[in-house]
Design a protein around this ligand. Sequence first.
Ligand SMILES: [Zn+2]
Length: 79
Amino acid sequence: MKTYTNNNSVSPTSVICSVLGHKYRSTRKITNHFSEYQCRCCGKQMTEDTRGRLISLTPELRDINETLNMIFRRRQIHI
Ligand SMILES: [Zn+2]
């Protein structure tokens, strides 16, 4: 029997997360105030907005974080 997966299917881990909540761990420090997080259960990636709330890590936000991280690291070197 063949199984098919698509974006509309609900994985068992995402059901667990929807009931118990995601278990995020920090995966990358962008600056002193921003980090990226990933759920240990379903792998969902999140980042922080300017108010410190967790929001979904979209490709656009990943690009912004990459730029922020580059600026942050450059400043660390010059301090
Ligand atoms: Zn999760």
